[in-house]
Design a protein around this ligand. Structure first.
Ligand code: RIB
Length: 296
């Protein structure tokens, strides 16, 4: 299975705090770390660890982007379509509280310098992939989604993070929409899960995968609605949990597994990921995920 992940590559600066700060508050950190991250990087690694052949595409800064591409390469992801000539590499300031909840400040940098001609060149090279996955941290997502679908590719979009422009995405070109409850509610204006699913399905007439945090995850394709509960674990850092779920769940779905299995596979991977601090570096290996599934 060949997967093209068109996405963001960020340096994550993670601050472990006694609680998330309120306006005007100054806090001492309990711990600090610098990690590889970005939704594209995390999702590419999760897909790779699940078992796919993965090609990453996007843009990083000329000065320090190799920190991210070297990590991906070492993890077996092809980075030949990651342009290393950007001005600044994207970075994220991530504040984490003792319960593992976070808030982030995102500097897009090179991720937002991608142009339409870059998308054309990426598709020229990797238009034969079985799936293209993208999120909303890069520029040109609208163009890439439409162009990839018109080129005959199977398309998946994780419309994250939610900003008002996400509502204008051409979802009709997405075979799969994979997102969390907040994003689903924000895009559709609905609050009940069933209504969110129906409204999202009306946008793409394809497959919807909605994660619901501690309530589990749901799959909907206009006919079948399948839900699985979440695994109960002690979360330390939830950063990257959604990306881990995305890579593992989509891998299983593309491999022909049932939606129920795909949801459980994704949920098991993300349950393991949240028990460790960090994002990309804490995505579990497939063997660990399979073992966890056997035990639960
Ligand atoms: O989804 C988690 C990711 O979001 C982090 O790695 C951070 O860089 C932001 O892109």
């Amino acid at each position: 299975m060949k997967v093209l992940v068109f996405g963001s590559f960020n340096i994550d600066k993670v601050y472990m705090l006694p609680h998330l700060p309120v306006k005007g508050e100054t806090l001492y950190c309990k711990d600090y770390g610098v990690h590889v991250g970005g939704k594209g990087l995390n999702q590419a690694l999760a897909f790779k660890k699940a078992g796919a052949e993965v090609f990453a595409a996007g843009k990083v800064g000329a000065e320090d982007g190799a920190y991210l591409t070297d990590y991906l390469s070492a993890g077996g992801v092809d980075v030949s379509a990651v342009d290393g000539t950007g001005t600044y590499t994207g970075h994220t300031i991530i504040e984490v509280d003792p319960e593992g909840q976070n808030q982030m400040i995102l500097f897009g940098g090179a991720n937002r310098e991608i142009k339409k001609e870059d998308c054309d060149a990426i598709l020229e090279k990797h238009g034969d992939a079985d799936l293209i996955l993208m999120e909303y941290e890069t520029s040109c997502v609208e163009y890439m989604l439409e162009r990839a679908r018109k080129a005959g590719m199977r398309t998946a979009i994780n419309p994250s993070p939610f900003v008002k422009e996400v509502k204008e995405l051409p979802f009709e070109h997405a075979d799969i929409i994979i997102l969390n409850e907040f994003e689903g509610q924000s895009i559709t204006g609905e609050t009940e899960v069933k209504k969110v699913l129906t409204a999202l399905y009306a946008l793409n007439k394809g497959e919807i995968i909605l994660t619901l945090g501690s309530k589990g995850a749901t799959y909907y394709n206009g006919g079948r609605e399948i839900s699985v509960p979440a695994f109960k674990v002690d979360a330390i850092d939830t950063t990257g949990a959604g990306d881990t779920f995305t890579g593992y769940c989509l891998y299983a779905l593309l491999s022909g597994k049932s939606p129920e299995y795909a949801l459980r596979f994704g949920a098991a991977a993300s349950a393991l990921e949240v028990t460790r601090p960090g994002a990309a570096e804490t995505i579990p290996d497939k063997e660990e995920v399979l073992e966890f599934l056997e035990q639960h």
